[in-house]
Write a protein that binds this ligand. Sequence first.
Ligand code: NAD
Length: 445
Amino acid sequence: MKEPMTETKTLPETKARTTGEFIHPDKDHFLSEENPFEAMMSRFDVAVKLLNLDAGLYKVLRNPEKQIIVSLPVMMDSGEVEVFTGYRVLYSTVRGPGKGGIRFDLGVTLEEVKALAAWMTWKCAVVNIPFGGAKGGVICDPLTMSMGELERLTRRYTASIIETLGPDSDVPAPDVNTNERVMAWIMDTYSMHKRHTVTSVVTGKPLEMGGSAGRREATGRGVMLMTRESLKQMGLPLRGAKVVVQGFGNVGSITAELLQEQGARIVAVSDVSGGVYNDKGLDIADVIQWREAHRYVSGYPKAQALTNDELLVLPTDVLVPAALENVITSRNAKDIKAKVIIEGANGPTSAAADEVLDKKGVVVVPDILANAGGVTVSYFEWVQDRDGYFWTEDVVNSRLEEIMVRSFDNVLAVSKRYKVNMRIAAYTTAIERVAAVHRLRGMYA
Ligand code: NAD
């Protein structure tokens, strides 16, 4: 790719490009503990038992509504035609249009897209926004493609799944290796086919063409709010609380910045290059400046260096994994010293690790609640596009806060009612909501 993508994406940098550790994940090496569909389904099954869900509905909810596989011929810059495989899975549209990102990655599989689409279904239901869950992906290596090739691939993918897309049926967003530029191409392609401009067909767009104020910061803001609410529940002050953040991209750096604003002491942060630690607290604005100048946090002079493995087991009040999935597993869960884990990333904790953390009394605010700030402001973007009336950033932030705090309180109440951890409570809340709509709508069978 000749121009860097800058927003709401997980774009590996030079080191990763050379080692290929992100864009060539070796699926064969994934332990079943780390398989995303298994991780999701093991929690789903526990929640379903608690709810005593009837067998028919269980079967419906375990299966995606629609799975699309498309072959995408693209003219490469060399003049040769390459054919890529693309997927779009609509897991559930019972509560509203499918909602979920599109990732461009060599590691994309249908299984993974299916799991991520299910995850989106539960996430939208936990925060009670009127969307179902979807996800898309194209198997490609965007880091070796030119902007022209990426644009042609994006437009062909959009045209190939156009029947499913639409503000009332399926609304994509950015995900790994896609960003607001890609969303702009999707919006344009869709609009050209429809013969009029349809901004609400995607979210995560540039502000100039129907994006929402506050969307870039929304996930980190939600993580900050969930940290605040958890500590409040535990009777711990946020002011002075020790915080460790893994991942210093969109979610991690904004979370760190906002928590520092609230008086927390951010003692360590990391990225793919490694971590930096200062027990007196890091100046996050200064670390961000260093990262902007040097690309990575490592080498930051006013701190000690440490590895990502060491960072995860530091003594701290709060640990925010905000990088990748499966970083807290049965391998290191017993060594975690944090009192509370707020999952900024999707799927950072395996089901086996959950058991260990539960026994140790570590509170985990799960991804489908903790990082739902992003999809919530995506919902606000869709609402604003459909209204043609745009809100100020203050309005966006205060409505986000209202939804996140209410969702936290709901999940906490469910966790107390069923005597389960916050993750199972979040799944239970979500599945109960999706199941309720299925019952009301009835079965068209
Ligand atoms: P990003 O690309 O902006 O940042 C990712 C960060 O993780 C980078 O600092 C990168 O260097 C670091 N990283 C990568 N590999 C690492 C490793 N092995 N060890 C430590 N750090 C590593 O991505 P992002 O948008 O901040 O997303 C981070 C996570 O949050 C992902 O799991 C994503 O799915 C999830 N998420 C993001 C959003 C959003 O709105 N951006 C919303 C919901 C969930």
